[in-house]
Ligand binder design. Sequence first.
Ligand code: ZN
Length: 434
Amino acid sequence: MQLWLSISAVGVSGPAGYRGAILPRSSLSQRLALCLCAFLLLLAPSAAQAAAAISGIEIGASSVTLRFDQPVATASTFMLAAPQRIAVDLPGARMGRIAASGGLIAATRHGQYDPHTARVVFELNKPAVVSDASFSPDHLSLTLTLNPVSENLFTRAVRKGRRLFGLDDAKPVDARAPQRGGITVPLDPPKPLTVPPVTGARGTKRPLVVIDAGHGGHDPGSQSTDSSHKEKHVALAIAREIRDELVASGRVRVAMTRNDDRFLVLGERREIARRLKADLFISVHADSAVNTSARGASIYTLSEVASDRVAAQLAAKENRADILNGIDLGGENNEVSSILLDLAQRETMNISSQFATILQREMSPTIRFKDDAHRFAGLIVLKAPDVPSILLETGYISNNDDLALLLSKDYRRNIAVGVRKAVEIHFARRLAGE
Ligand code: ZN
């Protein structure tokens, strides 16, 4: 299992102590976690057994009941801030689809946190915490008791971390923080980061461009209106086209954050760029909108404040990839705010912005852009403080005309050529000290 802690563990700098405040770091608690994990493995249904499906979600005035078609042994809950959410992990269950809202719950989202664990995320209308949770005697349902609280108490609950339910339904194991009906345990250790190979021009003095194909694995990104085309595939195909064009130019070195259908959390993507000491990071995506007539490409760079409502919505959508995987967006948002005070970050943002301008200009002869095509948003994937980064939305997968373009070899090549020209101009200017 890999959790939101992976970001701090792969070495991204951020306000020290923020995550430390959430997690007890004593070796005692780590050993306790290991014990609990081993215990859970014994309790969890074996892999050979079919996973339980979530067969119903009932939302009451101050409760949420999850129903399963097979018994689920344990569950754990934790709170996430900005936006305020309650996450429920269900070992031995598979990802559900039921959308439910009402009362304190604004929306329900589902994800497969790992191959054996389903995650349900409830977006809240106002701050509320899980004050208790109990399984029915047959373990075919789990009822969470929700308690509306102040903003302060909600923040405190976020810091407390994960609470576990179903272990004998009683005895708190963590004696330091006994809580009725549940226990607080540390989150799991992160998995190590895999740094991808570098291709292209020889010699480490050549600038290095990292191409990031958005989404991947169990995160499909946006989809075409008939669901037959997924952003993760479109983004990877275009990212490869860009890589090939850059490699052929012989002027830069190139690496890809992913070159297959794998999932990476957003922090890992930018950390790959930092580990490789990249000079430029380009994240490739395809847009979507409820309004299926929306068309055109756009370029995003990092900003504390979104340039407009559309930019804010896009940040919420693109950042959501991590919500289902347990990344604490509340912490991320705080980091985005605090690093903006950093002068190095300001310089990086200026360079990113300049590159975005060149990129739009160089792509415009062959690629149609939206009005106000260069926008600003608090995108997590762009947050490396020392690597100029942009996010390129290559067109709308939700618009049939744009989709046909996104799937065509010519359009993909035109994008790649535009990026290559912009990259060449960008580095020539920087070498000249402009
Ligand atoms: Zn995307």
